[in-house]
Design a protein around this ligand. Structure first.
Ligand code: NAD
Length: 402
């Protein structure tokens, strides 16, 4: 049976309500080709990626597989097609198409769909590593971005993360991609409970819990590495990011990195916080005010030739830093591929440009609004390439399994 659906972009504010699986397939292919164009490198061989279905986690999976020749396990929380016409989430198809391409390349690519915070998921993945993945892994990438976390010890308890400043309200302009508008917004400060819950969801506690489970199960090789993705960003965004709830949660990564490092000493292992660049992702689009910083930053970085998408950024990080010879460490032992974003002339020009951006001119070539919106549409399989069909066969898509 054939049931054709015509896909078209539907946005609700900065959240996509529709996808084009044909475009997603091409978008994955493009990312693979980018990595292949850079050649092979001596990377990890057995990789577990938590948060593997989109943006930074997916990019880490693509570079380790197609640059380093790694077999990969990906864990993510995604929705498949249902009810005869609901296509599901972009990440659902990213998992499927990544697996198909990896298998064509002779690599193992296994997807687990469900809650990475749960003990059940940890047990299931460990069981799979032991029975079907060669027994051990040499890299764990922690790239979860989530609005909530169920407490593993008490399923009744659900922590919710918020993106708010601390101590003082912040007013600034935000973008609305649905309406192509720039609107002023005030974010009220978080209370203590909101701060604590955001640390529970977006901090490093679950990362350390994964390491505890994996180590106890003896599935880590000697020389094992683990990384978590962090963001510090520019003083221009400190008031609502670095000094806000998310920044405090990211500081928590550093604390857990130290604890994990000591647990890995006996394995000659290494735990690393990687501080990444600002990029266009599902998660970054819901950070208030951040999108306006991005359209200024991207304009400046594009002119300098330093703007990167998630695949460009992670591929560079993995091949030249984590598994390469030019790592850039900071005084706290974190890896800093975000140094391009923070170059002083880039920041000075971004600051100047931000002062010139208004609701009347933000869509013009003064800024990188067009690039930003296109990158966002790409995440959902739109505007990837003119020749991509907007028609999909629902019954065919339902047959695809992660
Ligand atoms: P994203 O929203 O694109 O991806 C999040 C991933 O987490 C998805 O694969 C999703 O399925 C998965 N996920 C969410 N909840 C889950 C759950 N309960 N169980 C299993 N999987 C779950 O996010 P992103 O922007 O790529 O962010 C990844 C990490 O990178 C975050 O820690 C983020 O803070 C960090 N980071 C992002 C930026 C940026 O500009 N976007 C910059 C620096 C660092």
């Amino acid at each position: 049976m054939t049931q054709l659906i015509t896909t078209q972009p539907i946005l609700k504010g900065n959240i996509a309500r529709s996808i084009n699986p044909n475009g997603l397939k091409k978008y994955i292919r493009n990312q693979i080709e980018y990595v292949e164009s850079k050649g092979e490198y001596n990377g990890p061989k057995k990789v577990l990626v938590l948060g593997a279905s989109s943006s930074y986690g997916l990019a880490a999976r693509i570079t380790t597989a197609f640059g380093g020749g790694a077999d990969t396990i990906g864990v993510s929380f995604e929705r498949g097609p249902k009810n005869g016409n609901m296509l599901g989430s972009a990440g659902w198809y990213n998992n499927i198409y990544f697996r198909q391409f990896a298998e064509q390349h002779g690599l193992i690519a296994t997807n687990f769909i469900g809650d990475a915070f749960s003990d059940q998921m940890k047990d299931d993945v460990i069981n799979y590593i032991k029975t079907s993945f060669g027994g051990k892994i040499d890299l764990l990438v922690y790239s979860l971005a989530s609005p909530k976390r169920i407490d593993p010890a008490n399923p009744e308890k659900i922590y919710t993360s918020v993106i708010k400043p601390i101590d003082k309200a912040v007013t600034g302009y935000n973008l609305n991609l649905e309406k192509n508008e720039m609107v002023e917004q005030t974010i009220e400060p978080a209370n203590q409970s909101e701060i604590d819950q955001t640390i529970k969801v977006m901090g490093g506690e679950d990362w350390e819990r994964w390491i505890d489970f994996l180590k106890k199960a003896d599935v880590l090789v000697d020389g094992f590495k683990t990384v978590i993705f962090s963001y510090i960003g520019s003083p221009l965004t400190y008031s609502f990011y670095h000094e806000g709830t998310l920044g405090v949660a990211k500081d928590d990564d550093d604390i857990h990195a130290k604890a994990i490092q000591s647990k890995l000493e006996s394995l000659n292992g290494k735990a690393t916080v990687i501080v990444n660049k600002a990029v266009t992702t599902k998660a970054s689009l819901v950070i208030p005010i951040f999108p306006v910083y991005c359209i200024a930053l991207y304009k400046v970085m594009t002119a300098k030739g330093t703007h990167e998408t998630p695949i460009m950024h992670q591929d560079r990080t993995f091949r030249t830093m984590l598994y390469g010879k030019q790592p850039k460490w900071d005084e706290k032992g974190r890896l800093r591929p975000d140094s391009w974003e923070l170059e002083s002339d880039t920041q000075a020009q971004t600051k100047d440009l931000l002062q010139k951006i208004t609701p009347d001119n933000f869509k013009t070539d003064l800024t990188a609004y067009r690039t930003f919106k296109t990158e966002f549409m790409n995440l959902n399989g739109f505007e990837v390439n003119d020749s991509i069909s907007d028609q999909v066969d629902f019954d065919e898509l339902v047959q695809l399994k992660p």
